[in-house]
Design a protein around this ligand. Structure first.
Ligand code: ADP
Length: 527
């Protein structure tokens, strides 16, 4: 009999097994799903991709989504009871699972099929204010929460008799499912046919916990090494997905290339290189029905690229909300998690520098929350330049739509950006993106065609791009085509689901650069 390490390695190197022939079944695991719970792009991705996959799978395909419960889920009128209480074992004793289901089968008149979404509530582990923590502090029991949740996934699969062809998990919160599946497949042959895909949305979030917890997992010792779950002396949940899934993907081809070396590999570039041609970059899309300025109920006046007079009225509304005093000045918007990743420090310093130099006028509307130091700086900028700067600190979905609709430019000076959805929403709403060309920003914005690229990641880079944008804004012959191209760019999921389906079927990828060059990189590593 092979020891565990041998079987792990032989599986990693094994032949590519066909995943699913239509009809097939897919189980999608995620810790966020809009409009129920969202801290960033993962929530939108999980809301949009499973239905797009279901549509693309045509007749007979089945897509189900499992998420953790969330604060107040019990009282949410959109959900119905689907099962439980059900007891299951965890390293912390017996726990109780209850399941709530999204009753939505599509709005009235909507004939599109939608995936069933099950929210798995485990004791009181998820009925909290935050998803991962509160007031900038992670919950101290996050390992217990998400390890128990992965165990609950098995309990619910068993209870409902649902053995999918493919499980597609996302980010560290679902990472422990993959080694658990490997372990359980050894005892239960019905699980061994399940093929797996794991998607990384941001490698900076590695799900790190004290390594002592490894002894509770029940995994063989050999899975605790650097080629298993260990990460520089800690236990990393994201490595569960990276090491133990059949395929790993991330959310843009450029970010895939960037994380194969440091520093963007965040210490995991070696593990990713080892996955070779099994690590792909598949560009995210957006849901063009939800993010549609001609039907969006959250904005004041609808508009489209053919009829954009409504956009001027949306700008006026936003100018009112911002208490802006310069009616003719362009509005620059920003909707963001306020973290160093997003370059908010550079942005605030660049805007301050611009105003102190008395550069040409614009109004700046920021919506964000995150790092308390950055939040304070944003508030200070607002009070120093009131009438030109508005900083709303918080998470506000309707206001985010109003900023996309009412702004002329949308700025994202990200230090790195796995994909970024905000720039794609901005484009669809006619707000020209100003971006640092990293990761998915490079893959979705073309400089001078449908947006503008910063030439440097610095305060000067910010003031330079402001200068360029404001000059273009004054020249309508240059600005209007830029805006039209942005609005007409098709970033919809329909364009992109095919790549996931190919992967589920074990077909060779059509993603440029995903095969040969990685194979070469891997060979070079071995030399
Ligand atoms: P990330 O996932 O890294 O945060 P993305 O650009 O992929 O970045 O996705 C961000 C999503 O979160 C977008 O839908 C954006 O509108 C939304 N968002 C970010 N911050 C806020 C906020 N403070 N209020 C409302 N929506 C926000």
């Amino acid at each position: 009999m092979m020891n565990n390490k041998q079987s792990l390695n032989s599986r990693k190197r094994g032949r590519i097994v066909p995943f699913l022939d239509t009809p097939g079944s897919l189980l999608f695991l995620t810790s966020e799903i809009s409009p129920f719970m969202k801290t960033g792009g993962l929530g939108d991705y999980s809301q949009a991709l499973p239905p797009a996959l279901l549509r693309a799978m045509e007749d007979g395909g089945e897509v189900r989504v499992f998420c953790p419960g969330f604060g107040g889920a019990d009282k949410d009128p959109r959900l119905v009871r689907a099962g439980g209480p059900l007891k299951f074992e965890t390293p912390w004793g017996e726990k109780t699972l209850r399941v709530l289901r999204s009753g939505k089968k599509g709005d009235a008149g909507d004939s599109q099929p939608s995936p069933v979404i099950d929210f798995l509530l485990v004791d009181d582990l998820f009925d909290r204010k935050g998803l991962y923590g509160e007031s900038g502090q992670d919950y101290p029991d996050n390992f217990i929460r998400y390890f128990s949740w992965s165990l609950a996934v098995f309990a619910w699969m068993r209870e409902t008799g649902f053995i999918p062809d493919v499980v597609h998990g996302n980010d560290w919160q679902t990472g422990m499912f993959f080694p658990l599946l490997r372990l359980r497949s050894m005892e239960d042959p019905s699980l061994s046919s399940i093929r797996t895909v794991f998607t990384i949305h941001n490698l900076a979030f590695k799900g790190l916990f004290p390594f002592e917890l490894f002894s509770l997992t029940g995994f063989p010792d050999s899975w605790g090494g650097f080629d298993g779950l260990e990460y520089y002396g800690d236990l990393s949940m994201i490595k569960g997905g990276i090491v133990f899934s059949d395929y790993v993907t991330t959310v843009s081809p450029t970010y895939r290339n960037e994380v194969l070396s440091e520093p963007l590999g965040a210490g995991l570039s070696g593990a990713l290189k080892y996955r070779g041609e099994r690590f792909l970059g598949i560009l995210n899309g957006i849901d063009n029905d939800i993010w549609n300025p001609s039907t969006d109920p959250m904005i004041e006046v609808p508009f489209s690229s053919a009829e954009h007079s409504g956009k001027d009225l949306d700008r006026k509304c936003l100018q009112g909300k911002g208490r802006f005093v310069l009616p003719d000045a362009p509005v620059i918007g920003c909707v963001t998690r306020m973290t160093p990743q997003k370059g908010i420090d550079l942005l605030l310093a660049g805007i301050e520098e611009w105003f102190s130099r008395k550069g040409s006028p614009f109004s700046f509307f920021l919506l964000g929350t995150g790092d308390p130091v950055l939040e304070k700086k944003a508030r200070e900028l607002e009070s120093k330049y009131s009438g030109m700067v508005r900083a709303v600190i918080g998470f506000d979905e309707p206001l985010s739509h109003q900023i996309y609709a009412g702004s002329d430019f949308f700025i994202m000076p990200s230090r790195y950006e796995p994909c970024g959805l905000a720039q794609m929403y901005a484009m669809r709403y006619g707000s020209v993106p100003l971006v640092f060309p990293t990761g998915g920003l490079r893959d979705t914005v073309s400089d001078g065609v449908d947006g503008l690229w910063m030439s440097a990641l610095s305060v000067e880079g910010v003031t330079d791009i402001l200068d360029r944008a404001l000059k273009i804004y004054r020249d309508k012959k240059a600005f209007l085509p830029l805006r039209r191209h942005a609005m007409e760019k098709n970033n919809s999921w329909e364009e992109r689901t095919g790549e996931y389906l190919r992967l589920y079927k074990g077909l060779p990828s059509s993603v440029p650069g995903s095969g040969q060059d990685l194979l070469m990189a891997r060979m070079a590593l071995k030399m």
